[in-house]
Ligand binder design. Structure first.
Ligand code: AMP
Ligand code: MG
Length: 402
């Protein structure tokens, strides 16, 4: 059976990159940047005053002058003023341009003002260039500050705005259709019978996708009927770039999904991965390049497969730069019951020496999704070993890729 690593490679090789689009700045947060962002000007664009106070010539102070005639005020947004005489000063405000001819800012807390004169506090020793943020000291004009592949953070929004851009090129959002299959499923808010199950996978998949920046997502429930599945899937394939199904991919009599997908021209890339939970996962590519992820319906399997395969695949297609792998120290021993790679949910904490400690939170079968609450992710326990000692260093995957 296919290994976890091989399954990831096969998905990555099969999926096409998404197109690009231009979005307004207020819509760009969380999107994958697809252009370089260069500094419009030096940053700061002028010698910037960092304190409210007065601007003086430092040499005046070295010559023993401690009282200065106030010749005007320079505020943020004012054109640059000039300081001419050694025994003069200008009142200045944080964010203003440093007046020409001055090279020292004395904070307002260190002066007293009398008869339009500023007098330095007794014994106060200013330094040349103090409280001045020099022009270009953060970066120079033309410097590349942001590169393609970055997920745009609120800080990046500030940078893009500071570079004078009102719009920016990002990866296009794929249209994603989520489908939950199963006769037993009933939406929250609707009357439910004893033999039925609440629909929870659809909302969970939707939440995981939106949390990773994929908002162009709709959800539909389909019953286990081959004809209905075929009819709806044909239309859904025609209208979407990504289809994520849950349920109906195992060996049960009502597990029609692989057969129907094949009939509709979706080429199978693989069926089944040597892992637990999530072994029956199916993946294929539709006639127009649609990515079709058919996840097993057991809720823990659905969530783990979405996090381990669907989200990374979508981020990869969007051109997102790869994040670094993380490793954790197992806080308790774990015995895996099968020879498959085991994805074990964990809570993580950080030890004083900087290691991530992972405490296993085993679920009561892959149907027990309530145990996942409060977990931070899962560790990947390689399939060759059945037993993992406390202290073993293992790969960890957080539920949210940041
Ligand atoms: P299946 O993969 O279709 O055989 O489903 C396996 C188990 O997962 C069954 O117990 C289903 O009731 C449950 N299940 C399937 N889909 C969902 C869903 N959307 N929400 C909650 N449970 C589900
Ligand atoms: Mg089912």
């Amino acid at each position: 059976m296919l290994t976890v690593e091989k399954a990831i490679c096969m998905i990555t090789d099969a999926i096409p990159s998404v197109d690009r689009e231009i979005v307004q700045l207020h819509q760009a947060s969380g999107r994958v940047l697809q252009q370089r962002v260069k500094a419009e000007r030096d940053q700061p664009p002028f010698d910037r005053v960092t304190m409210d106070g007065i601007a003086i010539k430092f040499d005046a102070f070295t010559k023993g002058i401690t009282e200065f005639a106030i010749k005007g005020t320079q505020q943020a947004g004012d054109q640059v003023h000039r300081l001419c005489q050694a025994n003069d000063c200008l009142e200045i405000m944080t964010g203003s341009v440093l007046p020409k001819g001055s090279d020292c800012v004395v904070p307002v807390e260190r002066i007293s003002i009398k008869n339009d004169h500023a007098i330095l506090e007794n014994g106060y020793l200013p330094e040349r260039n103090q409280f001045i943020h020099p022009q270009g000291s953060d970066h120079e004009k033309g410097h590349v500050i942001l590169r393609p592949g970055q997920v745009i953070s609120p800080m990046d929004i500030a940078i893009i705005a500071s570079c004078g851009l009102e719009s920016v090129q990002v990866s296009k959002q794929p249209t994603i259709q989520l489908i939950s299959t199963g006769n037993e499923l009933v939406d929250p808010g609707k009357k439910i019978e004893a033999h039925q199950i609440r629909m929870s996978n659809g909302p969970a998949l939707n939440a995981m996708l939106t949390r990773h920046g994929f908002f162009n997502t709709t959800h539909e429930h389909l019953v286990d009927d081959q004809d209905i599945l075929e009819k709806r899937l044909e239309k859904i394939l025609a209208e979407n770039e990504v289809i994520v199904l849950s349920g109906g991919v195992s060996m049960g009599k009502a597990d029609y999904v692989p057969e129907v997908l094949t009939k509709l021209g979706v080429k199978i890339v693989f069926h089944k991965i040597s892992q637990q939970p999530g072994k029956p996962m199916w993946f294929g590519i539709g006639p127009a390049g649609q990515q079709v992820f058919a996840l097993p319906g057991n809720p823990v399997s659905t969530i783990v497969c979405c996090r381990h395969y669907v989200i990374p695949a979508l981020l990869h297609a969007a051109g997102r730069a790869k994040t670094q792998s993380e490793f954790a120290v197992l806080a308790e021993e774990v015995t895996c019951s099968s020879k498959l790679t085991c994805f074990m949910p964990v809570r993580i904490s950080c030890s004083a020496d900087g290691f991530i400690n992972a405490t296993p939170v085993p679920t009561n079968t892959s149907g027990d999704f309530t145990s996942l609450t409060g977990t931070d992710g899962y560790v990947e326990l390689a399939k060759e070993n059945g037993f993992f000692d406390a202290g073993a260093i293992v790969p960890i995957h957080r539920w949210t890729i940041s």
